[in-house]
Design a protein around this ligand. Structure first.
Ligand code: HEM
Length: 446
């Protein structure tokens, strides 16, 4: 994504005239882009990689649709037949599976790149919010796809994840029924997940992506460091988009595609036994991107773990541009060395505190309740969440006292939360065994 630089016309006259396919690609870009925006470390190509993964998902998804049937009686059989009997059937399914997981990861890394480079600040604040909506759509797409094979993994992961909705005050029951199409997971759930997965969510994503890219162009391209280029031209020298940018994009697209296909060739997407509503696996886990929340459920009152904390996290993400108090970004990673040091300290503190809290709470949650006079929602929800909020505020204040700018202090506080969430997710994915007790990853599971 390049920029609408006022000097674009001048430099454009020296740009090579595009044709054919590159003409189509160039509709996304201006004719010339700042040379500084081409460095790999500027964006790591993560937004572009996300787009390639989205396109790979559309292509492999269309192939999967040839044989898939969205009914509880036929779904598992059609997937098993595709894997066992169709030439390259397993390969296409694997590619779809790994591209979907890759997209969740890459979009999240893209969010981090944007944030730590200050790309979320004005004039890009609106695009940050569009990006957040895209993140929700990506997670919703991955999650709705999870149910479609109708195996034990799918059935119970979706049972657990949708079950979290019941904790929403007042509307919980209605939301749960709306998500499942009834009180339990069944044909209505599969039908609505299928329509969301193959039509509504991809279409919404396509529209939002077009808007996202347009907004990138509208503000003049990706955020660049102050002082890029010479003093007279702060955005540095301009180069023709074709071939300078298009060639890089082509190579990056090939690398992403080759990586997905390679992984698909060596690692199979899981397919357990057919869904059995009468027999839950132990432990029954949500998909990895929800495991941080499931780990919270082990420790906190469900209202806080499944509703209030995720809502606060989303609100925090949306508020990040405003919390910086109108700061201008330098466009550098973490703004400065001091910012980077604050963020590293915050990451270590967040990880150590989260790990410590998990270990301390493990025996406590089985013991008789402490402060028995207090309601469980206060004892096991409000108090720990207030303590965590105080820790986040303390990290920001400490960073400020050590000379960090307001933006750097917000980055440190966010990093603290991020590191804690990462520890929760890794614990949930790797270190929870039967009955969600702590266990080594290599200890026997059900
Ligand atoms: C499927 C999802 C997404 C795709 C395909 C995508 C794609 C892109 C691309 C291609 C760019 C330009 C260059 C680059 O950074 O690589 C970009 C920029 C941007 N994206 Fe995304 N994005 C997605 C999701 C998100 C999310 C989740 C956020 C944050 C919440 C976000 C926020 C932004 C912002 C603020 C910019 C401008 C950054 C700057 O100017 O440096 N995007 N995106």
């Amino acid at each position: 994504m390049g920029g609408l630089d006022p000097r674009a016309g001048e430099a454009a006259s020296s740009a090579r005239r595009p044709s054919g396919f590159s003409n189509l690609v160039l509709h996304l870009h201006p004719r010339v882009v700042p040379a500084a925006s081409l460095r790999l470390s500027r964006t790591f190509g993560l937004g572009g990689a996300a787009l390639v993964l989205f396109l790979l998902l559309a292509a492999t998804g269309a192939l999967l649709l040839v044989s898939y049937e969205p009914s509880p009686e036929r779904a598992y059989g059609t997937v098993a037949a595709l894997v066992d009997e169709v030439h390259f059937g397993a390969f296409v399914r694997n590619a779809h599976h790994w591209a979907a997981n890759g997209l969740v990861l890459v979009v999240f890394l893209h969010l981090l790149r944007v944030f730590y480079r200050g790309g979320h600040l004005p004039p890009r604040r609106g695009n940050w919010l569009v990006g957040l909506a895209l993140l929700l759509l990506v997670v919703a797409s991955a999650f709705t796809g999870y149910l479609l094979p109708w195996d034990q993994l799918a059935y119970w992961a979706v049972t657990i994840s949708t079950g979290m909705l019941q904790y929403v005050p007042l509307a919980g029951g209605v939301l749960l029924r709306a998500a499942r199409g009834g009180p339990d997971i069944g044909p209505a759930t599969l039908a609505r997940f299928f329509v969301l997965h193959v039509a509504i969510l991809p279409l919404a994503m396509l529209l939002l992506l077009a808007f996202h890219f347009w907004l990138v162009r509208k503000v003049g391209g990706v955020v660049l460091p102050d002082g890029a280029g010479d003093a007279a031209s702060p955005r540095g020298s301009l180069v023709p988009t074709s071939p300078a940018l298009t060639q890089r994009e082509g190579v990056a697209a090939l690398v992403v595609t080759a990586t997905v296909l390679l992984v698909a060739a060596v690692a199979d997407a899981p397919l357990l036994a057919e869904a059995n509503p009468g027999m839950s696996p132990n432990p029954a886990k949500a998909p990895w991107y929800f495991m941080g929340v499931q780990e919270l459920l082990v420790h906190l009152h469900p209202l806080f773990a499944a509703v209030i904390v995720p809502a606060l996290a989303l609100a925090l993400l949306a508020a990040l541009p405003s919390l910086a108090g109108g700061a201008k970004t330098t466009g550098r990673w973490f703004e400065s060395r001091r910012g980077a040091r604050s963020a590293i300290g915050a990451a270590v503190a967040g990880a150590v505190l989260a790990a410590g809290a998990i270990l301390v709470d493990e025996p406590l949650r089985r013991a008789p309740p402490w402060l028995p006079a207090l309601a469980p929602a206060i004892r096991g929800g409000l108090l720990p969440v207030l303590a965590a909020a105080a820790a986040v505020a303390a990290v920001a204040l400490l960073a400020r006292r050590r000379g960090a700018s307001r933006l750097e202090a917000v980055q440190a506080a966010f990093t603290f939360v991020l590191a804690a969430f990462a520890v929760l997710t890794v614990t949930g994915v790797l270190f929870r065994g039967q009955a969600m007790a702590l266990a080594w990853p290599w200890s026997p599971r059900s």
